[in-house]
Design a protein around this ligand. Sequence first.
Ligand code: KDO
Length: 330
Amino acid sequence: MIMNFIRRAPIAVMATALAVPVYAADITLRMSTPASETDQRSVALAEVFAPAVAEFATYEPHYNGSLIAQGSELETIASGDLEMSITSAQELAQFFPEFSIFATGYVHQDAAHQVAVFNDPLMEPFRQKVEDELGVKLLAVMYLGQRHVNLRQTKDELTVTSPADLAGVNLRMPGTDAWQFLGKALGANPTPMAFTEVYTALQTGSVDGQDNPLPTVVDAKFYEVTKQIALTSHLVDLNYVAFSKAVWDGLTADQQATVQAAAEAAAESGRQKQLEKEANLVSFLQEQGLEVYEPDLKAFRDHVQAQYAGSELAASWPDGVLDKINALGN
Ligand code: KDO
């Protein structure tokens, strides 16, 4: 594997007799994400992770998909041209279909459930496979939030009560199989598209809507170009802090422990801020003129779960894992 990260020799500064050696941070950790700089996951990594590793590593974030396009980060880490990303279970499912279990509608119940699942021994074989076969370490689970359906139509034009109401609705979903499956399971006509193109697509009407948690709807200003949010809560969405195994292997045991603790602390900080935002954004969105309401959640849950049962995705889930995930919830 090509060691692409930058190593520089320690610089000894001997300007005065009292001077001590100054060791410059010698590893550059390039992190690529489609998220903005103000997204709480980005903020947490910049404000919590970066300073914690600063003694030996320089954190170099690239936002809005400006370095690597959404969905190509994992293979770029695998090939040695990127050190970090905020990856999704849906992206991992492109390589390892069993990861679709973590991307399935109405499986995770809340942020605490995500953490319990990530820290449970059930996660070990999943993590190990990604490490062994892709050269990527999943250090911590980040909370993205509860995804809802966000449409250009007013509620008068289209009231979303059950999945049947989404028939024929061109709903932008990210471009992987697991996402597209979820869009179909919701009853919509899913349209694959990169996150960075969604605002313009909503503005011009090339899609009818998109799904994301409320903090993302606000951060990406989707509320400027949409009229309603049906609070479907169809996916309590997560991301993982992904880290190059090649870089990890080049660290000392102390440095590895520092990186691990820093990722966990950043994930926890981001989670708390995201939860706070989620709890407070409905009134902001209403002030912006959006109608925000709850559809028939049982109708959505039943329909989505029925679509997954017996599906090709579900066939890839290791025996017993869904039961273990459910047992870790409320
Ligand atoms: C999105 O493309 O809708 C999505 O929310 C999917 C997530 O997995 C994640 O990639 C996220 O975008 C980006 O981090 C931007 O918020």
